[in-house]
Design a protein around this ligand. Structure first.
Ligand SMILES: [Zn+2]
Length: 134
């Protein structure tokens, strides 16, 4: 296989070829291997290295996309909640269904946000493998 893949040194190659010239058994195996190599070579259109890097960049960009998306969602939701709270404080007027729903949503969102942030901080502090990419 190393001979066919061109991974032998010049000296190794010469020695190998000299042996092939005198050994019918090895010549036979080489012929068979050569056919297999040609077949797999035809199927091996792409370098596995390319696949690795393509997957790597895909993973990275997907991760960035997700982070950006979450950032927008959180920013939008936070602004909405702040606006609802501001509205509620400045002109609450009489209690209406919409206002009650807004206050409930705002309270739920704030509690959820605090909970998530606390969890992330806790995870970050206790994760001994935080420096290792997974
Ligand atoms: Zn031989």
């Amino acid at each position: 296989m190393r001979y066919l893949d061109g991974e032998m040194s010049a000296a190794e190659r010469t020695a190998f070829e000299e042996h092939l010239a005198v050994c019918g058994e090895c010549r036979q195996s080489m012929d068979e291997l050569g056919q297999v190599e040609r077949l797999t070579g035809m199927m091996k259109i792409r370098d596995p290295q390319d696949d690795f890097w393509e997957a790597y960049w895909k993973k990275l960009s997907r991760r960035l996309e997700r982070k950006t998306a979450w950032l927008f969602i959180i920013a939008g939701a936070a602004l909405m909640v702040l606006y609802a709270l501001w509205k509620g404080v400045t002109d609450f007027g009489e209690i209406s269904f919409v206002k009650v729903v807004a206050v409930l949503l705002a309270a739920g969102f704030v509690i959820l946000l605090i909970s998530v942030i606390r969890e992330r901080i806790h995870q970050y502090r206790t994760d001994r493998y935080k420096d290792i990419e997974r």
